[in-house]
Design a protein around this ligand. Structure first.
Ligand code: 6A9
Length: 800
């Protein structure tokens, strides 16, 4: 019944900071003026969607459908949906400041789509960008007939106007729009076909009459603010109505008009339009450029600039990637490309969200009532009372573009480890947004479902967040990772930490024309900025920490055991009989819900949280706080031993009054601990946690293994494997002791197993997965799951 979380909390080993660094302070820590992150692929729920990082502004996105028959139109591709059954969609390169390349394989429509996205800095409004969309047939012998739609919708203040020329043959040249808004200034948009693009021949209902269709159709609409995310619904209706009208006269005839003729927009621009969709209907391969030129940048992006810019970006990306995340010399062919793709997909999964969430401040389960509340008893039974909150904003990575395209608290701590290794300041921006969500009590909602678009993906019963509920406190991992990078900068000789090489690459990129990349490291280069950033997040983090300690406290008094600390014991609130969603390990077996439970994973997380707070306090020279956290840490470590270690089972366990015999294990063990041996044995035992594909989430010998929902009852989760690998690498395999050799062996084997299996499944299925089958290693549940599964890149390059 060994718990996988056992090794968590050992991943942080931070030394003392040079005094000079810690004592300097300054006001120049603000990073929100960083214009290089204004534009991004911040609509990751779409196959391709761009917006600036602003509550209301210019939204854009891509759609396509097959016109081979009438079925394709029923499945317009726009928001990532497993039901679309695309064979693959993956970023192969992605950098939020510079651009990216995404490849999409849509077998049902016989089309490979490649999107090259390039950002070009300049001016005062976040620069310009271009997207080049290529289409090629998957099977060249089969026809390629698709209709592509690109749209722009302006929300909030500003204007967006149609400027395209048209003659009797319709639109012949490029599409032009122009507009302005307070944040974006003045801008122009150009959508331009490659000269070789062809539209289908339309035979109508008589074969004597063949014409080539005009490629371009369009639709301009005055859309209510807040509706642009529903673009697909609007266009589906518009095109659908028109098709019915066109088809009407042919009723009863044998040959229906060609779908590429009927499924087109009406070429109308409504008065006061703020939304424009441009439709291109193709037969054969195509290349389409979409260009956004910010006027203050002073340059107009040409087709040639796109070609050269993308080529340079891909080369630079490769150099920086290989330097930061090297593969071992004996890595199999394709591992580097795989590692790039999963990293790029995590980056490409970053979204900007703005809107209201739903919070329920009333509901509590009976076992979560504290004693006074129970006595008041007017709160029993507590009824649900969900309420919409004032809007908030959040820049965050997302676990899955198709299934969970929104922010998740404990996922984010893991995401930021990889994001921060690639782009330090981007990770700080994201962290800052999360820290801003910490409310005055110190609480942050576990799942951030902000606004209607995000909410549209979540069943009603999962929408409300509860201010009594927590989730593993992983955010501080991003802080300590930042501090580690800062310390590595102080000792450039320490090339193993990666910064030596990375720095060379950053400098190289910083000198080229893509000036945006310089921003990625600003807080590593400027100590004052770094310190002032840390100072700004420290008070809310402290409030957050205090919230955890007071609201998730457990009762010790019920147990006859001698505990060295009378305070440090913890219990997850907000559980139901079969689920502890708040723990992150939803249906992992626990005892009966009871106010007297003590949860081993939570006390471990609290030990971890305390240790990271201690290191931040130390870095900032807050000696009193450092001492305060040090004492709590000691108390927690003592109580893990005193309360949770079972001599009889030789493992660490949850405690439950109703079922004290049933024990689970977890710890923050020093490498000298005599308990390490039994823990490692259990870990390596194929009858329990060990599999050829990674560590299982539950022992195969447990009576509930693989039972019920089977979400956390065996399946292999990559973030848990990362934690175990990290602890093994940094502590148990590194520090001399009786178990060092064993730890080293387990580390090597486990590392190999995890990389090998996730890579193999990616090649086999085209995707990375939420979890992997405990017996076969097969990818399972949502896909692509581009969140913490991407940590495989850090495992490959051994960055822990
Ligand atoms: C359900 C259904 C379209 C569950 O990765 C996010 C979380 C993890 O934090 C957690 O540890 N996942 C893990 O056990 C996914 C949670 C999704 C809940 C929403 C709604 C949507 O159907």
């Amino acid at each position: 019944h060994f718990r996988l979380g056992s090794l968590l909390g050992l991943t942080v080993a931070i030394g003392l900071v040079p005094g000079s660094l810690a004592s300097k302070t300054s006001a120049q820590g603000s990073i929100t003026d960083d214009k290089s992150l204004l534009w991004g692929t911040y609509r990751p729920n779409l196959y391709f969607g761009l917006r600036p990082r602003l509550p209301q502004s210019l939204m854009s996105g891509l759609m396509w459908f097959g016109t081979q028959d009438y079925h394709g139109f029923q499945k317009i591709r726009h928001d990532c949906t497993q039901g679309d059954e695309l064979d693959k969609y993956t970023w192969t390169e992605h950098d939020m400041r510079q651009g990216g390349v995404q490849v999409i394989k849509d077998g049902k429509n016989n089309v490979n789509i490649k999107i090259e996205w390039l950002k070009v800095p300049g001016g005062d409004h976040g620069g310009s960008w271009a997207a080049r969309i290529h289409g090629t047939p998957i099977v060249p012998a089969k026809p390629l007939r698709v209709s592509l739609i690109y749209y722009f919708g302006l929300e909030g203040l500003g204007s967006l106007d149609w400027k395209s020329d048209e003659n009797d043959d319709g639109i012949t040249g490029p599409i032009h729009l122009s507009g302005s808004s307070p944040d974006l200034g003045e801008f122009t948009i150009r959508i331009e076909d490659d000269i070789n693009n062809r539209s289908p021949m339309y035979g109508g209902h008589s074969e004597d009459f063949k014409v080539r269709l005009g490629k371009t159709h369009y639709f301009g609409h005055a859309m209510p603010s807040g509706d642009v995310w529903k673009a697909k619904e609007y266009l589906y209706q518009h095109i659908g109505y028109r098709a019915q009208e066109i088809v009407m006269p042919y009723k009863g005839e044998q040959i229906m008009p060609d779908p590429s003729f009927t499924l087109t927009m009406g070429n109308v621009i409504a008065k006061d339009s703020n939304f424009y969709a441009i439709q291109k209907t193709y037969e054969g391969p195509f290349i389409l450029d979409v260009v956004f030129d910010s006027k203050s940048a002073g340059t107009a992006i040409t087709g040639d600039m796109i070609s050269r810019g993308v080529e340079k970006f891909v080369t630079d990306y490769d150099a920086k990637f290989q330097s930061l995340f090297p593969t071992r010399h004996d890595a199999p062919k394709g591992e580097l490309a795989f590692s790039k793709a999963i990293t790029s997909n995590l980056m490409g999964g970053i979204g900007y969200f703005y809107g209201s969430s739903i919070v329920d401040r009333a509901y509590k389960a009976e076992w979560d009532m504290d004693e006074e509340e129970e006595e008041e008893d007017d709160r029993t039974p507590a009824k649900p009372d969900p309420k919409l909150q004032p809007p908030t904003e959040l820049l965050t990575a997302t676990p899955s573009r198709s299934f969970f395209p929104r922010g998740f608290y404990w996922d984010e701590g893991f995401h930021l480890l990889l994001i921060g290794a690639w782009d330090n300041d981007l990770s700080l921006e994201i962290l800052k947004d999360w820290v801003n969500l910490i409310d005055e009590d110190g609480w942050v909602g576990r799942e951030q479902i902000l606004g209607d678009e995000a909410r549209s993906k979540v069943p009603a019963e999962f929408q409300a967040q509860y201010p009594s509920n927590a989730n593993p406190p992983t955010l501080t991992m991003a802080v300590t990772a930042f501090i580690e990078r800062l310390l590595a900068r102080q000792q450039p000789s320490d090339a193993e930490l990666g910064m030596g090489d990375a720095q060379k690459v950053f400098t190289k990129l910083g000198n080229d024309s893509y000036g945006f990349s310089k921003q990625a490291n600003r807080h590593l280069e400027d100590n004052d900025a770094a310190i002032s950033y840390l100072r700004s997040i420290y008070p809310p983090l402290r409030r957050h920490y205090d919230w955890f300690r007071s609201t998730q406290r457990g009762q010790i008094k019920a147990y006859g055991r001698k505990a060295r600390s009378r305070t440090e014991a913890y219990r997850w609130r907000g559980r139901s009989k079969d689920h502890v969603l708040t723990s992150g390990m939803d249906d992992y077996p626990r005892g009966q819900p009871h106010a007297g439970e003590l949860h081993l994973d939570l006390i471990s997380w609290m030990g971890f949280f305390t240790r990271t707070m201690k290191s931040i306090a130390s870095f900032l020279g807050e000696e009193k706080d450092e001492k305060y956290f040090q004492d709590i840490e000691t108390n927690i470590l003592n109580n893990i031993e005193d309360l949770h270690w079972s001599e009889e089972k030789q493992m660490y366990c949850d405690l439950n009054i109703s079922d004290e015999g049933k024990r689970i294990c977890a710890c923050l063990l020093p490498s000298s601990s005599p308990h390490l041996g039994p823990v490692l044995d259990l870990l390596r035992d194929p009858n329990h946690l060990w599999s050829p594909y990674g560590l299982r989430s539950l022992s195969a010998a447990h009576e509930l293994f693989g039972k019920g929902e089977n979400y956390w009852r065996g399946p292999i989760w990559i973030q848990m494997n990362y934690l175990a690998l990290s602890s093994l690498y940094k502590v148990y395999a590194a520090e001399p002791g009786p178990y060092q050799e064993q730890a080293r062996k387990i580390y090597e084997e486990l590392r190999h197993n995890v990389i090998h299996n996730v890579f193999k499944e990616y090649e086999r299925t085209g995707y990375v997965w939420e979890q992997y089958n405990a017996m076969t290693g097969e990818g399972a549940r949502s896909h692509p799951f581009t969140g913490w599964t991407s940590l495989v890149t850090l495992i490959i390059s051994e960055k822990y």
